[in-house]
Design a protein around this ligand. Structure first.
Ligand SMILES: *Cc1c(COP(=O)(O)O)cnc(C)c1O
Length: 395
């Protein structure tokens, strides 16, 4: 970002990546499309031998598994919002996470936070482990415990800015400092936080990863992932994308970029709605506890105030028992019953019946996942409608 460039995220979001494409000029006077076009092409053609040489030297497009202008537009936009030198987009968040971990762990052990996305836990425990990337686990929000384990010098530390489903907040600057001290690559999955709440690279992280299927795209219509980092780190990750082939398609890139244009606007509304909903829930007699970093009752409230621009748009709360939780789930009308998050529409999930169904009871209870736990991804609806919906479902 050069001097004099506007730095407000909303301003950046509506225009970032627009001129990323090397194929942007469409008209005889070099007039160009107002939005980055969808380049549905596998190959690129060359005018002559000299142009083909330029491609072979890596200075022109060759094949869309390596690079595609529509995908580059999305990558440049996310890099801009994260304050990164560059970004690399994938066909899913898992594609982005697995490539990043494999590239940075180089077949060595890794340290992973508890309460991390289920697919990530499964990946590191199964495929990752068979490739030498043996994981050990630590509560990522407990800085002392993480630092104690960093002294064993794993290759990578992976944490989520905000954990799932109890929304614990990691102290990214402190962890980054410790990682630098021990020579450990620090990878942050910022899917729940988005660059609107916190920008991990500015805190000293090595790479920031998103499931763009969630807030970045934001409309529940695309599966995509992305990693942002400096160009040196990203070159290694790009090599994995190219050879594993988990590249994003141009149409999905277009949708993700279109969604990204309104990210700051959506997040502002979603976070404001979430705070109001969390406050109302915490006053309700049927609600045993509310887990929301924006409330003073949350164990990481002080840290969230320091590191995050708001408490986020996820709200988790506890009802009496399994029966109460399932009845709430059945009765809810405006909030939709769906497993994912980060959509413009509010979504509710019951972790015990869904994401944590296969987890042995003692393990999930130790992680704080009780029978009555509900997780809401708060959308952009009128907050009065959300509150009324929750109250009728609790009645
Ligand atoms: C959804 C999610 C992922 C996986 O992303 P996909 O796009 O579904 O592959 C990774 N991390 C977090 C925190 C997620 O919520």
């Amino acid at each position: 970002m050069s001097e004099g460039t506007p730095k407000g995220l909303s301003t950046l979001a509506v225009s970032a990546g627009l001129h990323a494409s090397k194929q942007e000029s469409l008209g005889p006077h070099h007039e160009r499309a107002h939005v980055a076009p969808i380049f549905l092409t596998s190959n690129y053609e060359y005018e002559n031998a000299e142009a083909a040489d330029a491609a072979a030297a890596g200075n022109a497009y060759i094949y869309s598994r390596y690079a595609n202008p529509s995908v580059e537009a999305f990558e440049q936009a996310v890099a801009t919002l994260e304050g990164a030198e560059a970004a690399c987009a994938f066909s899913s968040g898992m594609g982005a996470l697995s490539a990043t971990l494999l590239a940075l762990a180089e077949g060595g052990p890794i340290l992973v936070s508890d309460g991390i996305y289920g697919g990530t836990t499964e990946f590191v425990s199964s495929i990752g482990a068979t490739l030498g990337m043996t994981p050990s686990f630590v509560p990522g929000w407990d800085t002392k415990k993480v630092i104690a384990k960093l002294s064993q010098r794993p290759k990578v530390l992976l944490v989520e800015t905000i954990s799932n489903p109890l929304l614990r907040v990691a102290d990214l600057p402190a962890l980054a400092t410790a990682c630098a001290q021990f020579g450990v690559a620090f990878v942050v999955d910022a899917t729940f936080a988005t660059p609107c709440l916190n920008r991990p690279l500015q805190c000293g992280a090595t790479a920031v990863v998103h499931s763009a299927s969630k807030y970045l795209a934001g409309h529940g219509d695309v599966i995509a992932g992305i990693v942002a980092a400096n160009t040196h780190v990203l070159a290694k990750i790009h090599q994995y994308r190219k050879l594993i082939g988990a590249n994003l398609g141009p149409f999905e890139a277009f949708l993700a970029l279109r969604g990204l244009r309104t990210l700051p606007l959506r997040m502002e509304r979603q976070c404001a709605n979430a705070l109001q909903l969390a406050e109302r829930l915490s006053l309700h007699k049927s609600v045993r506890a509310v887990h929301y970093p924006g409330l003073e009752s949350h164990p990481d409230h002080a840290r969230a105030r320091k590191l995050l621009r708001s408490g986020g748009a996820m709200v988790t709360f506890e009802l009496q028992d399994l029966k109460a939780a399932r009845s709430f789930y059945d009765r809810i009308k405006v909030i939709r019953r769906a497993a994912s998050l980060g959509d413009v529409a509010s979504l509710v999930t019951h972790p015990v019946s869904f994401s944590h169904k296969g987890v042995p009871e003692p393990v999930r209870l130790a992680a704080g996942i009780t029978d009555g736990l509900m997780r809401v991804s708060v959308g952009i609806e009128d907050v009065e409608d959300l509150i009324a919906d929750v109250e009728q479902a609790l009645a």
